[in-house]
Ligand binder design. Structure first.
Ligand SMILES: Nc1ncnc2c1ncn2[C@@H]1O[C@H](COP(=O)(O)OP(=O)(O)O)[C@@H](O)[C@H]1O
Ligand SMILES: [Mg+2]
Length: 450
């Protein structure tokens, strides 16, 4: 951007303050000299505007927001490319800061209040999904507090079902790691509405515990991770954060109803009755309406071929840990994604340089710093057993049998080997670095001799 904060953006918007600064650009509170009102303007960094994919992304963001006229979605007024080639998005200014700010300033949120906020957000997401838009980056710093409730912002990586371009490619994960479901790690382009179901639950988890939601799909009701959350809400959060999308709420509307029931219980009222046909109607509506929203999950078919409607969650068996114990997940700068080969050159997602301290991961209250939008690296994995032929389960899902050679997303995983129908070993490991190697000798019950 050629303008500095003391100048006019696009010859019209006078900068009053910086509201947020990200890898793609900055968001300013501005004074609209023409209409004489306060607005928020998101500006693409000049270098970014030269890249077609960054421009496309902002265009997408503007179109997604414009399509969603909802009290819980930030209103977009315009997206402008100035004569000098700068690009900016003009939005309503929401005064109350983000839910991340709220957490940092006043600590955790009461469960009933947090559910009430999330119910509003889920209503907005219901509309978005109906319109074929999946947000894919739901988290506290993308939720703004307005006078009449919370507003959903930052559709920067939203997926528009009818968009002609491919800003997200299969095999490239985008989003903010702690709030992302595992399928999004593999590929942002194939996720469906249940990715937002996961992120909504992870966001709620963060609001009520103050903790970063790390690998919630690995945790079950017995895990201390959920211990501080009251039971009605805990049950909902656990269901919404399962590894397999099929095991979660089928749609944001279903999650909303479940949360409303949990809130009734927490308020001391009998929960509203749920008739089975409500769920049936919901599922039918989704199947009939937004095929793009339920048609994703390609990752499951390719990575977990033994998909079943109600897969088992990771088994509560004793865990042996040879690798370092689960350390806080590091947020990484995104590496350059592989460039799409000719002959059909398409825009490649632009990795946004992460700051040294990401707000969603920083335990200390950090001032507004850029948010991480990461592309998750995959690392080489070799998993074997003696004798070979043991069933491998990764995070509770079958990976086939040993030997396995392939690529797995970096991060914390539960690896299990099953031999003759019995679990032989279970390890929670950090897959980092160049490659991950593991071999288990089922005959002696120990790591394979070298
Ligand atoms: N309409 C708005 N009103 C007030 N603050 C906003 C608005 N939009 C964004 N912000 C602030 O700017 C920050 C970054 O905006 P966001 O749209 O999330 O962009 P990024 O792509 O950089 O994450 C937000 O976390 C919030 O603090
Ligand atoms: Mg953001």
């Amino acid at each position: 951007m050629s303008e500095t904060p003391t100048e006019l953006i696009g010859g019209r918007y006078r900068v009053q303050a910086v509201l947020g600064e990200g890898g793609m650009g900055a968001v300013y509170r501005v004074w609209d000299e023409n209409l004489q009102v306060v607005r928020a303007v998101k500006v693409l960094h000049a270098a970014r505007t030269l890249k077609e994919d960054a421009r496309q992304r902002m265009q997408n963001e503007a179109r997604a927001m414009a399509r969603l006229r909802h009290p819980n979605v930030v209103v977009v007024h315009d997206v402008v490319t100035s004569e000098s080639g700068d690009m900016f998005l003009v939005m309503e200014h929401v005064e109350g800061g983000t839910l991340e700010d709220r957490l940092n300033e006043r600590g955790t949120v009461d469960a009933i209040e947090a559910i009430t906020w999330m119910v509003d957000v889920l209503k907005a997401l219901e509309l978005a999904h109906d319109e074929g838009i999946i947000h894919r980056d739901l988290k506290p710093s993308n939720l703004l507090i307005g006078p009449d409730g919370v507003k959903l912002a930052d559709f920067g990586i939203a997926q528009l079902a009818d968009a002609d371009e491919t800003l997200t490619q299969e095999g490239i994960g985008m989003g903010t790691r702690p709030y992302m479901p595992p399928e999004q790690w593999y590929s942002a382009s194939t996720v469906d509405g249940r990715a937002d179901v996961y992120a909504a639950a992870a966001t709620l988890y963060r609001l009520v515990t103050g903790e970063i939601p790390k690998s919630l799909w690995l945790k079950d009701a017995s895990d201390p991770t959920f211990a501080s959350i009251s039971e009605p809400l805990r049950k909902v959060l656990i269901r919404a954060t399962r590894t397999r999308p099929e095991s979660r709420h089928a749609a944001v509307a279903e999650l909303r109803l479940d949360l409303e029931r949990a809130r009734s219980i927490l308020e001391g009222n009998p929960p509203p009755k749920q008739f089975p046909w409500v769920s049936c109607l919901l599922v039918a509506a989704i199947l009939g309406g937004g095929s793009a929203l339920v048609g994703g999950g390609m990752f499951a078919a390719s990575l977990w071929p033994t998909a079943t409607p109600n897969p088992p969650q990771p088994l509560p068996v004793p865990t042996t840990t040879s690798e370092p114990p689960a350390a806080p997940e590091p947020e990484r700068d995104a590496p350059q994604p592989a460039v799409r080969p000719a002959p059909q050159p398409r825009p490649v997602p632009e990795p946004i340089a992460s700051p040294p301290q990401a707000p969603d991961l920083a335990p200390d209250p950090a001032p507004a710093v850029p948010e991480p939008v990461v592309e998750l690296p995959q690392i080489k994995a070799f998993i074997n057993s003696l004798p070979p032929g043991a069933e491998i389960r990764l995070d509770g899902e079958s990976l086939g049998s040993t030997p396995f050679v392939g690529r797995l997303p970096e991060g914390e995983h539960a690896v299990e080997l099953h031999w003759e129908g019995q679990i032989a070993v279970r390890r929670v490991v950090q897959m980092t670095g160049e490659e991950y190697r593991f071999c288990w000798d089922t005959r002696i019950g120990a790591v394979c001799p070298r």
